[in-house]
Design a protein around this ligand. Structure first.
Ligand code: PGA
Length: 253
């Protein structure tokens, strides 16, 4: 179902105490300021998922993991499976983030397995795609995103695909302070929706939630979210500041 969503990706930040304080600060601000008809998903580091989920249940936000392994279970020291995440009552998982692709060698074949396991364990995948700067400069960005979306997702049947949230995150915009312009975001989101329409039909395309990520902040969120095909954001740096994050949550018209 297409929804307005603001998701916070905390990455590898916060101690346990800092995480708990930040979650309560966000919860208090959400309770004070409301969140319109947006859904809020907070993705803290995995050791804090259960604590975050308890606070989320009380305060009407979802909690997601930042990653899950591409195997069901077994001898993968240090890894966390979709089944584990799901068994803690967690609802969402970010998959295919560019930092995972770049630093941990994840390709679309690996991410495809992760998507399947997430769905098997009833987690909603937030699937990240996006080009690096050199690809955009060579005008290859549409082709790169087409490949990422089709290779990791288009094996799914229509019903399974309808559970996916897509996040378009141009790599050159992540953590750089350089945001895609609203026009650039809209252009790519419309392109992704078009790909989905070709594969699954107009109705499924119109029902898919497509988030923008990459230096989205309290100042630029409203303009980005006002674009026809931008359904919200996946927020990194600005999700670590409670006031900024809740401002972003309330940036839908
Ligand atoms: P950023 O990160 O908002 O800090 O650019 C976004 C992301 O990586 O999801």
């Amino acid at each position: 179902m297409r929804s307005k969503i603001v998701a916070g990706n905390w990455k590898m930040n916060t101690t346990f105490q800092e995480a708990e304080d930040l979650l309560y600060e966000i919860a208090d601000l959400l309770n004070e300021q409301g969140k319109g008809d947006a859904d809020v998903i907070i993705c803290p580091p995995s050791p804090y998922l259960e604590m975050a989920s308890d606070i989320g249940v009380e305060n009407d936000f979802f909690v997601g993991a930042q990653n899950a392994n591409d195997h069901e279970s077994g001898a993968f020291t240090g890894e966390i499976s979709a089944a584990m995440i799901s068994s803690m009552g967690i609802t969402h998982v970010i998959l295919g983030h560019s930092e995972r692709r770049t630093y941990y060698g994840e390709n679309d074949a690996i991410i495809k397995n992760k998507i399947d396991l997430a769905l098997k364990h009833e987690l909603v995948p937030i699937y990240c795609c996006g080009e690096v700067l050199a690809e955009r400069e060579k005008s290859n960005h549409f082709e790169v995103v087409r490949r990422q979306v089709s290779e990791a997702l288009f094996h799914l049947d229509k019903e399974a695909f309808s559970k996916i949230i897509i996040a378009y995150e141009p790599v050159w915009a992540i953590g750089t302070g350089v945001t895609a312009t609203p026009d650039q975001a809209q252009e790519m989101h419309a392109f992704i929706r078009g790909l989905i329409a070709t594969k699954y039909g107009d109705e499924t395309a119109a029902d898919t939630t497509i988030l923008y990520g990459g230096s989205c902040n309290a100042k630029n969120a409203a303009e980005l979210f006002s674009q026809a095909d931008v359904d919200g954001g996946l927020i990194g740096g600005a999700s670590l500041k409670a006031a900024d994050f809740v401002t972003i949550v309330n940036s839908f018209k």
